[in-house]
Design a binder for this molecule. Structure first.
Ligand SMILES: Nc1ncnc2c1ncn2[C@@H]1O[C@H](COP(=O)(O)OP(=O)(O)OP(=O)(O)O)[C@@H](O)[C@H]1O
Length: 239
Protein backbone atom coordinates (compact mmCIF):
# COMPACT_ATOMS: atom_id res chain seq x y z
CA UNK A 1 0.00 0.00 0.00
CA UNK A 2 2.83 2.40 0.89
CA UNK A 3 6.38 1.81 -0.29
CA UNK A 4 9.35 4.09 0.43
CA UNK A 5 12.56 3.20 -1.42
CA UNK A 6 15.84 4.79 -0.29
CA UNK A 7 14.17 8.10 0.53
CA UNK A 8 16.35 11.02 1.67
CA UNK A 9 15.75 14.72 2.19
CA UNK A 10 18.48 17.32 2.32
CA UNK A 11 17.62 20.91 3.18
CA UNK A 12 19.69 23.81 1.89
CA UNK A 13 22.01 21.38 0.05
CA UNK A 14 23.77 20.41 3.27
CA UNK A 15 21.34 19.36 6.03
CA UNK A 16 20.33 15.70 5.51
CA UNK A 17 17.34 15.30 7.82
CA UNK A 18 15.97 12.06 6.35
CA UNK A 19 18.62 9.53 5.44
CA UNK A 20 17.97 6.62 3.08
CA UNK A 21 14.69 5.36 4.51
CA UNK A 22 13.08 2.24 3.02
CA UNK A 23 9.76 1.05 4.33
CA UNK A 24 6.86 -1.10 3.16
CA UNK A 25 3.38 -0.93 4.67
CA UNK A 26 0.78 -3.54 3.80
CA UNK A 27 -2.96 -3.16 3.37
CA UNK A 28 -4.83 -3.35 6.68
CA UNK A 29 -1.78 -2.53 8.80
CA UNK A 30 -1.53 0.21 11.38
CA UNK A 31 1.98 1.54 11.77
CA UNK A 32 3.19 3.94 14.45
CA UNK A 33 6.05 6.22 13.46
CA UNK A 34 8.04 7.39 16.46
CA UNK A 35 11.25 9.29 17.06
CA UNK A 36 12.70 12.12 19.17
CA UNK A 37 12.02 15.78 18.38
CA UNK A 38 13.67 16.75 15.11
CA UNK A 39 14.26 13.11 14.06
CA UNK A 40 12.54 13.61 10.69
CA UNK A 41 8.96 12.34 11.20
CA UNK A 42 7.11 15.35 9.81
CA UNK A 43 9.61 15.68 6.94
CA UNK A 44 9.02 12.02 6.02
CA UNK A 45 5.25 12.46 6.21
CA UNK A 46 5.46 15.62 4.08
CA UNK A 47 7.33 13.64 1.42
CA UNK A 48 4.82 10.76 1.53
CA UNK A 49 1.93 13.19 1.11
CA UNK A 50 3.63 15.08 -1.73
CA UNK A 51 3.92 18.39 0.17
CA UNK A 52 7.70 18.35 -0.36
CA UNK A 53 9.75 16.29 -2.81
CA UNK A 54 12.42 13.82 -1.71
CA UNK A 55 15.99 14.73 -2.63
CA UNK A 56 16.57 11.04 -3.42
CA UNK A 57 14.46 7.91 -3.60
CA UNK A 58 10.88 7.14 -4.51
CA UNK A 59 7.51 6.83 -2.79
CA UNK A 60 4.62 4.74 -4.07
CA UNK A 61 1.07 4.75 -2.76
CA UNK A 62 -1.06 1.87 -3.99
CA UNK A 63 1.40 1.41 -6.84
CA UNK A 64 1.42 5.09 -7.86
CA UNK A 65 4.47 7.30 -7.58
CA UNK A 66 3.61 10.45 -5.60
CA UNK A 67 6.12 12.53 -7.62
CA UNK A 68 5.23 11.19 -11.08
CA UNK A 69 1.43 10.77 -10.77
CA UNK A 70 0.53 13.00 -7.81
CA UNK A 71 -3.19 13.37 -8.52
CA UNK A 72 -3.78 9.63 -8.96
CA UNK A 73 -1.64 8.84 -5.90
CA UNK A 74 -3.47 11.45 -3.80
CA UNK A 75 -6.84 9.85 -4.48
CA UNK A 76 -5.65 6.93 -2.35
CA UNK A 77 -4.98 8.69 0.92
CA UNK A 78 -6.06 11.45 3.23
CA UNK A 79 -3.89 13.33 5.69
CA UNK A 80 -4.29 15.00 9.07
CA UNK A 81 -1.38 17.44 9.62
CA UNK A 82 0.10 18.25 13.03
CA UNK A 83 -1.44 21.75 13.05
CA UNK A 84 -5.19 22.02 12.37
CA UNK A 85 -5.13 24.84 9.86
CA UNK A 86 -8.45 25.40 8.09
CA UNK A 87 -9.69 28.50 6.25
CA UNK A 88 -11.43 30.55 9.00
CA UNK A 89 -14.34 31.87 6.96
CA UNK A 90 -15.70 28.48 5.87
CA UNK A 91 -18.54 26.78 7.74
CA UNK A 92 -17.75 23.33 9.17
CA UNK A 93 -20.40 21.66 7.01
CA UNK A 94 -19.15 23.41 3.85
CA UNK A 95 -15.61 22.24 4.58
CA UNK A 96 -16.80 18.62 4.87
CA UNK A 97 -18.89 18.87 1.71
CA UNK A 98 -15.90 20.33 -0.13
CA UNK A 99 -13.79 17.30 0.88
CA UNK A 100 -16.64 14.95 -0.07
CA UNK A 101 -16.87 16.64 -3.50
CA UNK A 102 -13.10 16.39 -4.05
CA UNK A 103 -13.13 12.67 -3.30
CA UNK A 104 -16.45 12.06 -5.07
CA UNK A 105 -18.26 10.70 -2.00
CA UNK A 106 -21.93 10.02 -2.79
CA UNK A 107 -24.64 12.15 -1.13
CA UNK A 108 -25.89 9.14 0.84
CA UNK A 109 -22.43 8.12 2.09
CA UNK A 110 -21.39 11.65 2.99
CA UNK A 111 -24.60 12.24 4.99
CA UNK A 112 -24.11 9.03 6.96
CA UNK A 113 -20.39 9.52 7.54
CA UNK A 114 -20.58 13.22 8.43
CA UNK A 115 -23.24 12.40 10.99
CA UNK A 116 -21.31 9.42 12.35
CA UNK A 117 -17.92 11.16 12.75
CA UNK A 118 -19.05 14.59 13.86
CA UNK A 119 -21.56 13.21 16.36
CA UNK A 120 -18.87 10.91 17.77
CA UNK A 121 -16.55 13.91 18.14
CA UNK A 122 -19.37 16.13 19.44
CA UNK A 123 -18.96 18.83 16.78
CA UNK A 124 -22.16 18.03 14.86
CA UNK A 125 -24.08 20.98 16.33
CA UNK A 126 -21.24 23.38 15.44
CA UNK A 127 -21.18 22.43 11.74
CA UNK A 128 -23.37 25.41 10.63
CA UNK A 129 -20.87 27.81 12.25
CA UNK A 130 -17.74 29.17 10.62
CA UNK A 131 -14.41 27.63 11.60
CA UNK A 132 -13.37 30.99 13.10
CA UNK A 133 -15.59 30.14 16.11
CA UNK A 134 -13.99 26.69 16.63
CA UNK A 135 -11.51 25.87 19.38
CA UNK A 136 -8.19 24.20 18.52
CA UNK A 137 -9.58 20.77 19.39
CA UNK A 138 -12.78 21.34 17.39
CA UNK A 139 -10.71 22.28 14.32
CA UNK A 140 -8.67 19.14 14.73
CA UNK A 141 -11.80 17.01 15.03
CA UNK A 142 -13.23 18.67 11.91
CA UNK A 143 -10.02 17.87 10.02
CA UNK A 144 -10.08 14.25 11.21
CA UNK A 145 -13.76 13.89 10.26
CA UNK A 146 -12.95 15.30 6.82
CA UNK A 147 -10.02 12.92 6.40
CA UNK A 148 -12.14 9.90 7.33
CA UNK A 149 -15.02 10.97 5.10
CA UNK A 150 -13.65 9.52 1.82
CA UNK A 151 -12.94 6.18 3.58
CA UNK A 152 -9.34 6.38 2.30
CA UNK A 153 -7.23 3.34 1.41
CA UNK A 154 -4.43 4.96 3.39
CA UNK A 155 -5.01 7.28 6.35
CA UNK A 156 -1.95 9.34 7.34
CA UNK A 157 -1.86 11.34 10.56
CA UNK A 158 0.92 13.50 12.03
CA UNK A 159 0.66 13.53 15.83
CA UNK A 160 -3.14 13.28 15.78
CA UNK A 161 -3.69 12.97 19.52
CA UNK A 162 -2.01 16.21 20.53
CA UNK A 163 -4.63 18.69 21.74
CA UNK A 164 -7.48 16.19 21.94
CA UNK A 165 -9.25 15.67 25.26
CA UNK A 166 -9.23 12.08 26.61
CA UNK A 167 -12.77 11.41 25.38
CA UNK A 168 -11.97 12.59 21.83
CA UNK A 169 -8.63 10.74 21.85
CA UNK A 170 -10.50 7.53 22.69
CA UNK A 171 -12.98 8.13 19.85
CA UNK A 172 -10.12 8.67 17.41
CA UNK A 173 -8.32 5.51 18.53
CA UNK A 174 -11.55 3.50 18.11
CA UNK A 175 -12.12 4.99 14.63
CA UNK A 176 -8.54 4.18 13.65
CA UNK A 177 -8.99 0.56 14.77
CA UNK A 178 -12.30 0.33 12.92
CA UNK A 179 -10.72 1.75 9.77
CA UNK A 180 -8.05 -0.98 9.77
CA UNK A 181 -10.53 -3.72 10.59
CA UNK A 182 -12.39 -2.73 7.43
CA UNK A 183 -9.17 -3.16 5.39
CA UNK A 184 -7.85 0.42 5.54
CA UNK A 185 -4.19 1.16 6.24
CA UNK A 186 -2.91 3.72 8.76
CA UNK A 187 0.45 5.41 9.11
CA UNK A 188 0.70 7.88 11.99
CA UNK A 189 3.40 9.63 13.98
CA UNK A 190 3.14 10.05 17.71
CA UNK A 191 5.04 10.85 20.86
CA UNK A 192 2.46 8.82 22.82
CA UNK A 193 4.31 5.53 23.16
CA UNK A 194 1.52 3.88 25.11
CA UNK A 195 -0.93 4.66 22.32
CA UNK A 196 1.49 3.25 19.75
CA UNK A 197 2.01 0.16 21.89
CA UNK A 198 -1.72 -0.44 22.20
CA UNK A 199 -2.79 0.39 18.67
CA UNK A 200 -0.11 -0.69 16.23
CA UNK A 201 0.74 -3.85 14.32
CA UNK A 202 4.26 -2.57 13.67
CA UNK A 203 6.37 0.29 14.94
CA UNK A 204 8.87 2.31 12.89
CA UNK A 205 11.52 4.22 14.83
CA UNK A 206 13.41 7.12 13.25
CA UNK A 207 16.47 8.63 14.90
CA UNK A 208 18.59 11.43 13.39
CA UNK A 209 16.95 10.83 10.01
CA UNK A 210 17.67 7.08 9.91
CA UNK A 211 15.14 4.30 10.30
CA UNK A 212 16.65 2.33 13.16
CA UNK A 213 13.81 -0.19 13.56
CA UNK A 214 10.63 -1.28 11.84
CA UNK A 215 9.09 -4.40 13.24
CA UNK A 216 6.29 -5.90 15.28
CA UNK A 217 6.35 -4.85 18.91
CA UNK A 218 7.39 -8.26 20.22
CA UNK A 219 10.55 -8.19 18.09
CA UNK A 220 11.39 -4.59 18.97
CA UNK A 221 10.92 -5.18 22.69
CA UNK A 222 12.63 -8.59 22.68
CA UNK A 223 11.13 -9.22 26.12
CA UNK A 224 7.57 -8.99 27.43
CA UNK A 225 8.74 -7.38 30.65
CA UNK A 226 9.92 -4.09 29.18
CA UNK A 227 7.83 -1.26 27.81
CA UNK A 228 8.16 0.40 24.42
CA UNK A 229 9.18 3.55 26.31
CA UNK A 230 12.20 1.78 27.83
CA UNK A 231 13.27 0.37 24.46
CA UNK A 232 12.74 3.73 22.75
CA UNK A 233 14.79 5.62 25.33
CA UNK A 234 17.62 3.10 25.05
CA UNK A 235 17.64 3.04 21.23
CA UNK A 236 17.54 6.80 20.81
CA UNK A 237 19.82 7.92 23.62
CA UNK A 238 22.80 10.05 22.64
CA UNK A 239 26.13 8.40 23.29
N1 LIG B 1 12.04 23.76 5.87
C1 LIG B 1 13.11 23.34 6.56
N2 LIG B 1 14.34 23.86 6.32
C2 LIG B 1 15.43 23.44 6.99
N3 LIG B 1 15.39 22.48 7.97
C3 LIG B 1 14.20 21.95 8.25
C4 LIG B 1 12.99 22.34 7.57
N4 LIG B 1 11.96 21.62 8.08
C5 LIG B 1 12.48 20.82 9.02
N5 LIG B 1 13.82 21.01 9.13
C6 LIG B 1 14.74 20.30 10.03
O1 LIG B 1 14.60 18.92 9.78
C7 LIG B 1 14.79 18.18 10.97
C8 LIG B 1 13.60 17.23 11.12
O2 LIG B 1 12.42 17.99 11.37
P1 LIG B 1 11.00 17.30 11.47
O3 LIG B 1 9.99 18.38 11.61
O4 LIG B 1 10.83 16.35 10.36
O5 LIG B 1 11.16 16.48 12.84
P2 LIG B 1 10.08 15.69 13.71
O6 LIG B 1 10.63 14.32 13.92
O7 LIG B 1 8.75 15.78 13.09
O8 LIG B 1 10.15 16.49 15.08
P3 LIG B 1 9.03 16.82 16.22
O9 LIG B 1 8.84 15.56 16.99
O10 LIG B 1 9.73 17.86 17.02
O11 LIG B 1 7.79 17.30 15.54
C9 LIG B 1 14.93 19.19 12.12
O12 LIG B 1 16.31 19.33 12.39
C10 LIG B 1 14.38 20.47 11.51
O13 LIG B 1 15.05 21.58 12.03
Amino acid sequence: MLVLKNVSKTYDKKKKVVDNISLEINKGEIIGFIGPNGAGKTTTIKMITGIIAPTEGSIEINGMDISKTPIEAKKNFTFVPDHPTIFDAIKGIDYLNFIADMYEVSIKDRRERIEKFTKAFQIYDALPQTVSSYSHGMRQKLLISGALLPNPNLFILDEPLVGLDPHSARILKDLMKEHCEKGGTIFFSSHGLEVVENLCDRVAIIHKGKLIACDVLENIKKSKDITLEEVFLEMTKDE
